[in-house]
Write a protein that binds this ligand. Structure first.
Ligand SMILES: *[C@@H]1O[C@H](CO)[C@@H](O)[C@H](O)[C@H]1NC(C)=O
Length: 452
């Protein structure tokens, strides 16, 4: 079984590039305990499996009368949570399932049909993002692990409140055989079916956090794509490096292509009889992969590199900004970034103006004008969008031996406070020192009021 020590950091030569990296267990669903739970889960699945056999198939035809009635429902762009017409949808099909082994066909049509029946959700459906994250079913072994996970989750809740996305935290191992980093796929799959109103499912590892609360996903850029990951094409295609991308954060479109793709992807997982064989294949294709188990990240790199014609044109490798970034590269930049932002705000009164949290997005957009020269990604003084604590293992506490405990724990505290300051400021408080949790009220006209 893959242990938390597995991690890889590769230096690449181009100074323009953020360092690709990978956390092998992503601190999600660590192997401890997952096999034990497995028994109970399979028993439950067996029971559910039987009960679905005894269900009779309802022979309802779509109710056109109510369909026309729905069309008459006035809709003001506000989702109506209180309206679910009796018309038959994919939810009424007993063959439809949330689990990975239940094949879904014509998903795009089914989603569209659902949206037609729920017109209040149709507006804005193309941009709707549903965030999914999670951690293991058991308490963390690291004594401060659960506290850290809480703060990492709070950060995601904050980001979503500011930008209007829904967030789902899962801490059940949905398919006991799909442990460690494979555990996220059944969750993403279930989220797609549970949320037909969402165009995108955004997986964010539990040990990743938003360190720019203003930045918004450039969804327009991904119009023609169905999967977005942080990655570099030449590292995958030419260097055949398994760290040419990072699978800890990804954006996947809620569509049939994605269901088919996840099926191909998950076919390399531990729940299949080909798991060992895939481990060998992946290792012989990506020579820098140093552990024998088949893993989702190398699996994704394989599908991009080897099954290129089938998938690659719908996969967007984002490297222009920190779609997710390596914490070691990012931590040292917080000080200068804070100073740059303070300087910017001292010069522009509308940027330092106090405002209601609800209207924060407009201030983020305003700031763009002053970030034109900031750059993006490595070497930039723009706040890094997502910082990923690859290899620090906040929950198990078994951080990679290449780091020190202080690097990891202080690093997380610093990053969490750096992010939280952006949130707390709208509530009138900030932590002056990122390594100290002491908080103070923010004076009027901050940061102009700062003495130097
Ligand atoms: C921060 O800014 C100072 C002064 O401009 C510079 O010398 C230093 O290299 C910067 N540090 C980082 C980590 O970028």
């Amino acid at each position: 079984m893959v242990t938390s020590e597995l991690s890889n950091h590769q230096n690449n030569n181009s100074p323009m590039m953020a360092k690709p990296h990978r956390n092998k267990t992503s601190s999600v669903f660590l192997s401890d305990g997952s096999l034990f739970l497995g028994g109970a889960f399979s028993a439950l699945i067996l029971v559910w499996g039987f009960s679905s056999f005894t269900t009779t198939i309802p022979k309802e035809t779509p109710n056109f009368e109510s369909l026309t009635k729905n069309d008459a429902v006035p809709h003001h762009g506000t989702p109506d949570f209180n309206f679910d017409p009796p018309d038959r949808t994919f939810y009424d099909d007993p063959q439809m399932g949330y689990t990975m082994d239940k094949k879904v066909r014509n998903w795009d049509e089914k989603r569209e049909e659902w949206l037609k029946l729920h017109p209040s959700f149709a507006a804005g459906a193309r941009e709707r993002v549903f965030m999914v994250t999670g951690s293991q079913p058991k308490p963390c072994r690291n004594p401060i692990g659960d506290h850290l996970l809480l703060r990492f989750f709070k950060n995601k809740v904050d980001y979503c409140r500011l930008h209007g996305c829904d967030v789902f935290y899962n801490n059940a191992l949905l398919d006991p055989k799909m442990f460690a980093y494979w555990a996220k796929y059944p969750v993403v799959r279930a989220a797609m079916v549970a949320h037909p109103e969402a165009e995108w499912i955004w997986w964010v590892d539990s040990d990743a956090l938003f360190t720019d609360m203003e930045f918004k996903l450039p969804l327009e850029r991904y119009r023609e794509h169905n999967l977005v990951v942080h990655g570099w094409a030449h590292l995958i295609h030419e260097k055949r490096s398994w760290t040419g991308l990072n699978a800890g954060v990804f954006l996947i479109r809620n569509c049939q292509w994605s269901l088919d793709f996840m099926e191909a992807w998950a076919s390399m997982g531990p729940q299949t009889p080909n798991y060992e064989k895939w481990g060998q294949t992946l290792r012989s294709t990506f020579k820098d992969k140093f552990f024998p188990e088949s893993d989702d990240q190398t699996g994704l790199a394989y599908l991009i590199a080897i099954e290129k014609d089938k998938w690659a044109d719908r996969i967007y490798l984002e490297s222009e900004y920190y779609f997710e970034g390596y914490w070691e590269e990012i931590l040292g930049t917080f000080q200068n970034i804070t100073e740059k932002y303070n300087e910017m705000e001292k010069g522009v009164s509308r940027l330092r103006r106090r405002h209601a949290e609800k209207v924060s997005e407009t201030y983020g957009e305003m700031r763009e004008e002053y970030l034109k020269d900031a750059g993006n990604g490595k070497g930039s003084w723009r706040r890094p969008f997502i910082t990923h604590f690859t290899g620090c293992q906040p929950c198990s506490g078994k951080y990679n031996a290449m780091y020190s405990a202080d690097d990891c724990w202080n690093g997380m505290q610093k990053a969490l406070n750096f992010a939280d300051n952006q949130v707390m400021r709208k509530f009138g408080y900030m932590r002056p020192d990122l390594l100290d949790n002491a908080i103070s009220p923010v004076p009027f006209d901050y940061p102009r009021s700062l003495r130097h």
